[in-house]
Design a protein around this ligand. Structure first.
Ligand code: ZN
Length: 503
């Protein structure tokens, strides 16, 4: 390595080590804000969090730092793999942000903040017209940001996809989702026409928060979550946050009339947490631990939630514990009924309540709409009509009002391009699950509770290099193939064919 490169590298690393302290503090404050801060303390605490992230921003946006990133990117041949990952992270980020002045940034942030408030009001009132002007402003901000991006991609929407899933394009998604629609629409028709009756009455029987908390703790232990390096709390919307290299926390939410919801949200967030908990130390040493793409992350959380958690062998494993923890709710419910209950396919209006099968349609609908919005082909005022049409077309259901229709998700109040990553997660995990099954007897391991054996395989193949690689290189390293929806569709056909007795 040349002396000048070494000097720049040392400077960059030292700056990031310092900035990481503010980042860590900001995470702790934000976690507290979401989980335990009293209402009247929130405003002041929000300001402290904003101060911390502003410090972080300043340290990594000086002229000297930008120059270091450019120089190091130009000499990246001299760098080791983790050093490259660190430099690439900032280089990519700066291509998006370096032409945005502080004044522009301030104006854009204000638009997004207002948009969130307007979305909340509109949702509470069930009235889209209260949100429409803000949504239009968000779209304009997104278009402005795209126009300010250096080395931008031709298709406008690709620039947004690239933020959450680097390298992903509209063309690739059109192909993937096109195949999904082709194969899943006839499957869904068969499922709906099937005479199979699936029992779900027991799932809405009342349970206590205490029982649900006991179940959550049991599940996290079972998954191999390390309580010495994390804890869990409760929030309205469950999430996972890695506060520090040895501190990965998750949250859940207890619905007193739907105990299944917390079971699967704990397994889902637990999956995100394992991915972070097992991260190689050097990801933190070189400040690229947050570089895993959203598709990679969702692939892991959905792997534990659906592929493992909703499998027959997993239900076999936890059945006794579920009966013991929720004796009244589970009275007279067989293991088979529990398995079928958590896998019932039921077209519905709300994405977050959707079953594994119909969930994909919720994503495809949002994807099709985002494309129209960003590519300038949709009138913002007309979106609810479009939304309702698509729900009728794909799922045969119609929202009664905008709150259970277009206003249900918060995502669009801050921009577009995120939704597809949820479905990409399903496709990736079906691909690596097929590879895993060549080496491990997965159902047998799950049935005897040896989830750590699965975690070890995941660590070796899926987790270890995720943050260093773009998704395409990553999935090709694991499976020898680029992204395809085929494995996922085969998996659905086999699983739901068996449950619903389809030919
Ligand atoms: Zn998730």
């Amino acid at each position: 390595m040349k002396a000048e490169t070494k000097k720049q590298l040392d400077y960059m690393k030292k700056t990031l080590d310092k900035a990481a302290v503010y980042d860590h503090a900001e995470h702790i404050i934000s976690f507290d804000l979401e989980t335990s801060c009293p209402p009247e303390g929130m405003e002041e605490q929000g300001e402290v969090a904003a101060f911390m992230s502003n410090q972080l921003f300043r340290m990594t946006h000086t002229k000297k730092f930008l120059e270091a990133v450019d120089d190091l990117y130009a000499s990246r041949k001299e760098l080791s793999e983790p050093e490259k990952a660190m430099v690439d992270r900032f280089y990519r980020e700066f291509n998006r942000t370096r032409d945005i002045t502080p004044a522009m940034d301030h104006r854009m942030t204000k638009v997004l903040k207002k948009s969130y408030v307007d979305w909340l009001k509109a949702k509470q009132a069930g009235d889209y017209s209260l949100f429409a002007p803000s949504l239009e402003a968000v779209r304009d901000v997104e278009m402005e940001k795209i126009s300010l991006t250096r080395k931008k991609k031709k298709v406008p929407y690709d620039n947004l996809l690239d933020i959450y899933e680097p390298g992903m394009t509209q063309k690739m998604l059109d192909e993937c989702f096109g195949t999904c629609v082709e194969r899943m629409v006839p499957m869904l028709e068969k499922i709906r026409a099937s005479k199979k009756v699936i029992r779900t009455d027991f799932m809405s029987r009342p349970v206590s928060d205490e029982a649900q908390a006991k179940m959550a703790t049991y599940l996290m232990h079972l998954m191999g979550y390390d309580f010495n390096r994390g804890m869990f709390g409760t929030t309205e919307h469950p999430f996972t946050d890695s506060l520090g290299r040895k501190d990965t926390r998750i949250t859940t939410n207890y619905d007193p009339n739907y105990f299944i919801s917390s079971i699967y949200s704990v397994i889902h967030e637990g999956g995100h947490a394992l991915f972070d908990m097992f991260a190689p130390e050097e990801e933190w040493d070189y400040h690229f631990h947050e570089e895993k793409s959203m598709g990679q992350h969702e692939s892991v959380s959905r792997f534990y939630e659906n592929v493992i958690g909703r499998s027959e062998s997993f239900i076999h494993l936890i059945y006794d514990k579920v009966c013991e923890t929720f004796p009244d709710a589970m009275k007279g419910v067989s293991m088979k009924e529990l398995y079928e209950g958590v896998n019932r396919v039921q077209p519905s209006l709300i994405r977050t309540d959707a079953d594994e099968f119909t969930y994909v349609f919720h994503i495809i609908i949002r994807y099709e709409m985002e494309k129209l919005i960003v590519n300038g082909k949709a009138d913002i005022k007309e979106l609810p009509r479009l939304w309702n049409e698509k729900y009728r077309e794909y799922l045969g259901v119609t929202p009664k009002n905008d709150a259970e229709g277009i206003l249900q998700d918060v995502h669009w109040s801050s921009g577009f391009g995120y939704f597809p990553t949820y479905a990409l997660g399903n496709m990736y995990n079906a691909m690596y699950y097929n590879r895993m099954k060549q080496e491990l007897d997965v159902p047998a391991l799950v049935e005897k509770g040896d989830i750590p054996a699965i975690n070890r395989w995941m660590q070796e193949h899926v987790w270890k290099r995720a943050a260093r690689l773009d998704s395409d290189t990553w999935i090709r390293e694991i499976t020898g193939r680029s992204l395809t929806p085929d494995d996922f569709l085969d998996y659905l056909e086999e699983k739901y064919g068996a449950i619903y007795g389809l030919d």
